[in-house]
Design a protein around this ligand. Sequence first.
Ligand code: ATP
Length: 299
Amino acid sequence: MPLVVLTGQPSSGKSSAAARLRQLLEPHGAVTVVDEPSLHLERNTAYANSAAEKIARATLKSALERALSPRAFVILDSLNNIKGYRYEVWCAARSVATRYCVVHVDTPTDTCRAWNEARPEGERYSRQIFDDLAGRFETPDSRSRWDAPLFTLRPASCSPEAYEETLASVAAVMTGTAGAPGSGAGTAAGAGEALQPTFATTNPGLLGTNVLHEIDAAAQAVVTAIVDAQAQAGGAPAGLLELGSGCGRLQLERVVPLAELRRHKRTFLKLATQMQYSRVADAAAARRLFVDYLQQQQL
Ligand SMILES: Nc1ncnc2c1ncn2[C@@H]1O[C@H](COP(=O)(O)OP(=O)(O)OP(=O)(O)O)[C@@H](O)[C@H]1O
């Protein structure tokens, strides 16, 4: 059930890390690797343009959701280069309350380019696709919950011992035999703990065809509550805001302008459109998701 999400530039050494991680996890249970080759996604076709890339990502995510089970460790061995996509993957993991971590295979772009050029013709990215993907990589940030706990692996510069030690730390966290990431790792917060689901999967389609409108309305209700609380505070930060209906609390350390709240809402809606709507059970769950999202935005 635990999920390891690999992320890194094209040809950075993700699959090599996945293969080693698989060896380390196999003594503890079955391991499923979800990657492009096993889904017959060919690099230079799957990432040829945004439409193809969208299909490739959806295919990987569907395979991931099928693979997440109580019986297997899952390694998502793909670029996972877009922050919003990693958020979706985190939501999928969270909905099944699994352990989770991100491993950033942090190889300098020029080295990735050299490693790519050295690959056999049929296995390498075309120069154009490599450059496009490399230019769009969104570096993980352990302050985002969907990028935490974060391990960093530097195959081009670290010693074989440090490489091994980092992957052993990942395996230890995933098997629940360690409390914190090891060398080169990012945050230790939450390492080894299963994610807690915040929205149910038991009521697919409850919001029906109007789902986006409902999510929009739910997010707007949160925005309105914040604006009202700030108005009541007479221009001072609203402090700890209780949002009711199981939506949790929001700590506001400063006055957040309406324009900024609207921007957060727009970004959240964009993320929501990329998510599986069926995972949002009702309007309260949508509000809770938006509050969750705002908690990450350092308001
Ligand atoms: N530490 C290393 N030193 C030298 N070459 C390496 C190293 N790690 C990986 N490579 C080479 O780089 C190429 C890409 O490796 P790998 O398939 O592990 O990367 P990847 O990030 O999974 O690639 P892709 O983006 O295609 O999935 C391979 O040819 C591999 O042999």
